[in-house]
Design a protein around this ligand. Structure first.
Ligand SMILES: Nc1ncnc2c1ncn2[C@@H]1O[C@H](COP(=O)(O)OP(=O)(O)OP(=O)(O)O)[C@@H](O)[C@H]1O
Ligand SMILES: [Mg+2]
Length: 338
């Protein structure tokens, strides 16, 4: 089937990134933004955002709901018009580079939507045609995401995860040098999440730079060499995962499961000078320096509290994330003045 057989669909525009991988320049910045901004009527969705994705990165883009991640991605892809700042792709300013500046980019939108009446294979072939890449890849890509069994079934009959998998296959058309994925594992079960993460690692090993947004800190910690945290449209930090986790002042936590009264245990620890205690049922967490662990256990023993189990938990990216954005992060961007 040809492009002309389908009615106009606004989502198609989101995919119109051709995939010819021939425009890498010497510049190591695959994506660079400077002072980028975007307001919707009442909301400052992206505010003075400067970030840099280097060639070969797996770069995780984190932030609470409404932080501006999707808007940033759409700005980068020129799907939304910025109201300030600049964007370079492979060292070329997107205002000067024309359409070719986005060649070789694979994009998975946050909500992949397709024509319900096209089958899985027709959908991929349709996008292959739009992107000007070889249709021969389509069957192979469907197999890669486990959708080959459903090749000739209509998109309208697929579950959310199955649609997402076809979306992933679509983003891989033409062996992109840059993959931009907006919450790629959203809606996928653990098995297909794993498959997708392996695909990302494999593509990266073959030279593809990957920029993806996620809410799953464990996923980001596992995959990424660099991350950025966005909050209310502003960049909070951009660094390596190790630096983001380690740069926090978080101490390791001693997590203890007590057999007796957790309230009594908390009292004993407070009396001993440990103020910052969290309790979940009979499990107590206390931030401690390594020299303080035995003191905590001793205080509990003196108060005759039974200990069922204990372990030390090192600060994680999750701790860092909560530390950077705060427990009471506001959903959405900053409201503009009326
Ligand atoms: N087309 C639009 N019109 C009006 N406001 C919008 C539009 N798109 C985004 N916004 C607003 O911009 C802010 C940022 O939204 P965005 O979708 O970029 O957040 P996000 O970080 O991707 O969130 P999530 O994690 O929930 O996907 C939100 O307050 C949102 O309501
Ligand atoms: Mg989003």
């Amino acid at each position: 089937m040809g492009i002309g057989d389908c009615p106009a669909n606004p989502y198609i525009l989101e995919y119109l990134t051709s995939s010819k991988s021939d425009i890498m320049t010497e510049n190591d910045h695959v994506i660079k933004t400077s002072g980028l901004g975007k307001s919707f009527k009442q909301v400052r969705a992206v505010d003075d955002l400067s970030l840099t994705v280097n060639k070969g990165d797996i770069y995780g883009f984190l932030g609470p709901n409404g932080a501006g991640k999707t808007t940033t991605i759409k700005l980068i892809l020129d799907l939304v018009q910025s109201d300030g700042g600049e964007i370079w792709l492979n060292g070329i300013n997107i205002t000067e580079g024309g359409v070719s500046v986005r060649e070789g980019i694979g994009y998975l939108p946050e909500r992949a939507q397709f024509y319900r009446n096209l089958t899985a294979i027709q959908t991929l072939e349709f996008f292959a045609e739009l992107k000007g890449v070889d249709k021969e890849q389509c069957d192979e890509l469907l197999a890669k995401v486990g959708m080959d069994r459903w090749r000739d079934k209509k998109m309208g009959t697929f579950s959310k995860g199955m649609v997402q998998l076809v979306g992933v296959a679509q983003s891989l058309l033409g062996n992109p040098h840059l993959l931009i994925l907006d919450e790629p594992t959203s809606g996928l079960d653990p098995r297909w999440s794993r498959v997708l993460k392996d695909i990302m690692l494999e593509m990266n090993a073959q030279g593809t730079t990957i920029f993806f947004s996620s809410h799953l800190l464990s996923e980001v910690q596992e995959l990424c060499n660099r991350i950025a945290i966005l909050n209310q449209g502003k960049l909070v930090i951009e660094d390596t995962v190790a630096n983001v986790s380690g740069g926090m002042t978080h101490k390791p936590k001693l997590v203890i499961r007590v057999s007796g009264d957790a309230g009594k245990a908390v009292e004993a620890l407070r009396a001993g000078g440990f103020e910052e205690i969290t309790v979940h049922g009979n499990q107590i967490s206390v931030p401690v320096e390594s020299t303080e662990k035995s003191k905590v256990l001793q205080l509990l023993a003196e108060a005759q509290i039974g200990i069922e189990d204990f372990k030390t938990v090192e600060p994680s990216l999750e701790d860092a994330f909560m530390g950077y954005i705060g427990n009471e992060a506001v959903t959405g961007g900053v409201m503009n003045e009326p």
